[in-house]
Write a protein that binds this ligand. Structure first.
Ligand code: CA
Length: 224
């Protein structure tokens, strides 16, 4: 895992670099925002540790630039002031995590490791259970190698079920994630859509993947 550390205070940068290297990370250090943007444009990092207080272009500006350039590398922001406003501003600008100074190096290392996992998950664009796949970039679903045509709502339902594969999805959770409802409309909407989706992904195929958990909801998994 390759990490970019953006910090102008040499002592702090050196502590962070040594701590991450000791955990097996490859570490590049930049002392200012412009160097960091240049580095990020020619090297694919797995994570960025970005101090907000930098000379010239500050950390939030670096972060906004990265996101404007469609660079989705996970970013952990560091700040000397643990202000709520700054934290909210950072998260709104596209930060994945936030750590106020002073921090324990062990915590920083743990957060950077979590950042790497998040990056790996974000890169996984094909969701899969058995021979059912859904590509979240092309929005194509396939069962047994054959294309499955889905409406927009069916796509959202399938994506949610696949992201929760192996876990039971309650009707209310499905209404929230797929219909953005925060109330129960008191209809069998979910059941109707699940039945349609099941016709498309399970009819004529073995094993069946979309299972009903009576009285609770549904689960997408290989074994019944
Ligand atoms: Ca600094």
């Amino acid at each position: 895992m390759r990490v970019l550390v953006v910090e102008d205070e040499r002592k702090t940068a050196s502590f962070i670099r040594k701590a991450l290297q000791a955990e097996g990370f490859a570490v590049d250090v930049c002392p200012n925002g412009d160097d960091a943007l240049a580095a990020a444009s020619h090297t694919a990092f797995d994570g960025v540790v970005l101090d907000i207080m930098l000379p010239g272009r500050d950390g939030l500006s670096v972060l906004r630039q990265l996101r404007e350039r469609r660079n989705a590398t996970p970013v952990l922001l560091l700040s000397a002031r643990g202000e709520v406003n700054e934290r909210v501003e950072g998260l709104n600008a596209g930060a994945d995590d936030y750590l106020p100074k002073p921090f324990a190096l062990a915590e920083l290392v743990a957060r950077v490791r979590a950042l790497g996992r998040r990056g790996a998950e974000a890169k996984a664009t094909v969701l899969r259970v058995a021979d059912l796949t859904l590509d979240t970039v092309t929005r194509q679903a396939q069962r047994g190698g054959a294309a499955v045509e889905l409406t927009a709502r069916e796509y959202r339902l399938l994506e949610f079920l696949l992201r929760s594969a192996g876990r039971i999805c309650g009707r209310m959770a499905i209404l929230e994630k797929v219909w953005d409802y925060d109330f129960d409309p008191g209809t069998n909407l979910v059941d109707v859509y699940v039945r349609r989706l099941r016709d498309k992904i399970d009819a004529g195929f073995e094993p069946k993947l979309l299972h009903t958990v009576r009285g609770v909801g549904y689960v997408l998994k290989e074994a019944p």
